[in-house]
Ligand binder design. Structure first.
Ligand code: MTE
Ligand code: CO
Length: 422
C-alpha cells in the first residue's frame, strides 16, 4: 500500500467535505452537497412554504425527479443494433434484494414484442396426449404461485474474461435482476396435456421477432419452472416478456424465454442456435461445454464501486449482492486486501433459494488504498472462485458463466476502479 502524500490527502478532504463544509452524522452525501442555503436549517424550506402537487397528478407513480440518474444504461460499442442489445441494471443505486420493475436489465435478440393480451396464446404440443392452447385468462384462472428468483444472463461479466474491462458494477454485473414472479407451475400445464412416457425435453419458444427458442430437460420443467405473468405484483413489463415469460429458477437467463408462445415436448434436445453457436463455452482443448444451465454462486460489491465512490473517511459500509443457481447462499466473505484476509459479511433480509441476498460489512476507512472483494458460498459447499482459478479450468475463450471474484481498487481520492489482482 502506498502512503498518500499531503497534497492528495488535502485535496481529498476538500472533495470529501464539499460545499457544506462539514458532514453531520446522519447526512447523506447528496444532502451534504445541497447548495441552496435557503432550504437548510434553521430556514423553512421551499417545499414547506407551498402546498405540494395534488393526488392524481401521477396516476402511475414514477421516482422523484432527483433520482433521474437511476436508470438502465447501455454500452454503445457493445452491440451493433438496439434491437439485439442489452441495457444494464443500476446495481450501485439499489439496496435490499428486489429490483424495481423499471430498472430490471433488458436483453433482447429481436426487439421488444408488443403483444395484445387478447391475442395472446400459449401452445403446448409435441409428445403429449392432448395438445392445448391457453389464453392469458386461462393461465390466470389456474392455481398460481409466488416466488422470488434472480435472473442472470449467462453473459454477465462476459467482457471480463481477459482482464478488467468495464468500470462499474452496472456494466460488469448488471445483467442481473431479482423480482417476485406470479404465475402457474409449468408442471401443472404439462400434467393437463399429459406428457408421453418417452418425453425427456421441452422446447420453449418466444413470440418475438427473434422467435428465440431453447431446449430444457423435462426434469427441470417438472421441478420448479413457472409460466409467469406478473413481476412484483403487476403484470410483466413489455421488456420482460409481457404478457407471459418462462421462469427457470437458477438457470442462465437465456432459457427464461420471454413472450412465450410455444412449448413443445420431445425426446431429445433441439440444438437450436442459442444452444450451439451461442451459450456454449469453448475450452482451451477445443471442446465446448454445452447446456451449462446452472448459474454458479457469485457476488458483487455494489457500494462502494466505481459509480458509487466514497466521499468520507471513517465508518464505511460495504454493501453487495450474492446469489447461487444451485440453492441458498450460506455465507458471504469480504476482503479489504485483495483476498489475503477475509471476514464474514452480515446478511440482512430474506435468504431464499435461487434469489439474491443482500450483505453488508462495516469498516473504518482511514483514507488508505484498499482492494475490495466479496466471495459467495452456497449450501452445496461451493465457493466462488478467483478469476485466475476460473481461467485455469475454462481458459479465456469463454463469454459466458464468468463468476470469478471481482476486485475494486479503492484509491486515496475515494474513487474506485475495476482491477485484477494476480
Ligand atoms: N426470450 C425471447 N423471446 N427473446 C429474447 O431475446 N433474451 C434472453 C431471455 N429470453 C430473450 C428471451 C436472454 S439472453 C436473457 S439474459 C433474458 O431473457 C433477459 O431477460 P430480461 O430482459 O427480463 O432481463
Ligand atoms: Co442473456
Amino acid at each position: 500500500m502506498t502512503e498518500p502524500n499531503d497534497t492528495t490527502r488535502a485535496s481529498r478532504r476538500k472533495f470529501l467535505m464539499g460545499a457544506a463544509g462539514f458532514f453531520s452524522a446522519g447526512a447523506t452525501t447528496r444532502s451534504a452537497f445541497a447548495d441552496n442555503a435557503k432550504n437548510l436549517p434553521p430556514n423553512v424550506a421551499a417545499w414547506t412554504r407551498n402546498l405540494g402537487g395534488g393526488v392524481g397528478t401521477r396516476p402511475y407513480g414514477t421516482p422523484s425527479k432527483y433520482e433521474k440518474e437511476v436508470v438502465r444504461r447501455t454500452v454503445p460499442w457493445l452491440t451493433a443494433t438496439p434491437e439485439s442489445s442489452v441495457a444494464f441494471t443500476p446495481l450501485h443505486e439499489l439496496d435490499g434484494i428486489i429490483t424495481p420493475n423499471g430498472l430490471c436489465f433488458e436483453r433482447h435478440h429481436g426487439g421488444i414484442a408488443e403483444i395484445d393480451p387478447n391475442d395472446y396464446r400459449l401452445m403446448l404440443h409435441g409428445l403429449v396426449d392432448k395438445p392445448l392452447i391457453f389464453t392469458l385468462e386461462d393461465l390466470k384462472r389456474l392455481p398460481g404461485v409466488n416466488r422470488i428468483y434472480f435472473l442472470e444472463c449467462a453473459a454477465n461479466s462476459g467482457m471480463e474474461w481477459r482482464g478488467a474491462q468495464l468500470n462499474g458494477c452496472q456494466y460488469t454485473h448488471g445483467m442481473l435482476h431479482c423480482v417476485q414472479y406470479t404465475g402457474v407451475a409449468l408442471r401443472l400445464l404439462l400434467e393437463q396435456a399429459g406428457v408421453k412416457p418417452n418425453a425427456t425435453w421441452i422446447m420453449a419458444e418466444g413470440g418475438d421477432a427473434a422467435a428465440m427458442n431453447r431446449s430444457i430437460p423435462m426434469s427441470k420443467a417438472l421441478d420448479d419452472c413457472i409460466v409467469a405473468y406478473r413481476m412484483n405484483g403487476e403484470m410483466l413489463r413489455p421488456e420482460q416478456g409481457y404478457p407471459v415469460r418462462l421462469v427457470v429458477p437458477g438457470w442462465e437467463g437465456n432459457v427464461w424465454v420471454k413472450w412465450l408462445r410455444r412449448i413443445k415436448v420431445g425426446d431429445q434436445p433441439w440444438y437450436t442456435r442459442e444452444e450451439t453457436a451461442k451459450y456454449t463455452d469453448l475450452l482451451e482443448n477445443g471442446k465446448a461445454r454445452k447446456f451449462t444451465f446452472e448459474m454458479d454462486a457469485k457476488s458483487i460489491i455494489t457500494s462502494p464501486s466505481p459509480q458509487a465512490p466514497l466521499r468520507q473517511e471513517g465508518f464505511t459500509i460495504i454493501s453487495g449482492l450474492a446469489w447461487s443457481g444451485r440453492g441458498k447462499i450460506s455465507r458471504v466473505d469480504v476482503s479489504l486486501d485483495g483476498g489475503r484476509n477475509w471476514r464474514s459479511a452480515r446478511i440482512d433480509g430474506p435468504v431464499l433459494d435461487k434469489a439474491c441476498v443482500r450483505f453488508y460489512s462495516e469498516f473504518e476507512w482511514n483514507g488508505e488504498e484498499l482492494l475490495l472483494q466479496s466471495r459467495a458460498m452456497d449450501d452445496t459447499g461451493y465457493v466462488q472462485p478467483s478469476k485466475d482459478a476460473l481461467r485455469k479450468i475454462r481458459g479465456v475463450n469463454s463469454i459466458y458463466h464468468n463468476n470469478g471474484i471481482q476486485t475494486w481498487a479503492l484509491k486515496v481520492s475515494g474513487e474506485l476502479e475495476n482491477v485484477e489482482v494476480g
